[in-house]
Ligand binder design. Structure first.
Ligand SMILES: [Zn+2]
Length: 132
């Protein structure tokens, strides 16, 4: 299980999730938790932009991660992320893809669909894109 080496804090795009200690490459960082709803229903809700915390497990099930208890919902998008989502025995885990230093923001790549849906007007504001 992920260790508690994370906290929610101010990011350049609002709130974000940050490491409070070194997180080793390949370590589990946080679980994306919430109730499961059907992916068809989730896509309908998403298309109305009513809830941006839908995390698709597969074509059948999606996690509604909108609860504030779900710390993983604070993870922001990056085109050069330091973590990735991975299904571990049916649970959605974020795993470090590189060693994350204390104080670093934890990011994952939510994919093209997400970027198009939420950054269509403003463009992606991740560190890599801002500097480009
Ligand atoms: Zn970007």
């Amino acid at each position: 299980m992920p260790q508690k080496k994370i906290r929610v804090a101010r990011s350049h795009t609002g709130l974000g999730l940050f490491a409070t200690a070194t997180i080793r490459k390949r370590a589990l960082v946080v679980e994306y938790t919430g109730r499961r709803i059907s992916t068809v229903k989730a896509q309908e809700i998403e298309s109305r932009r009513a809830n941006k915390y839908m995390f698709e497990i597969n074509s059948r099930w999606t996690i509604d991660g909108s609860s504030r208890r779900n710390m993983a919902r604070y993870v922001n998008h990056s085109c050069e992320p330091n973590a990735e989502a991975e299904l571990v025995r049916g649970r959605m885990m974020f795993r470090a893809v590189e060693t994350i230093a204390a104080g670093d923001e934890i990011t994952i790549d939510y994919g093209e669909e997400y970027v198009e849906l939420y950054f269509a007007k403003s463009g992606c504001k991740c560190v890599g894109c801002k500097e480009a």
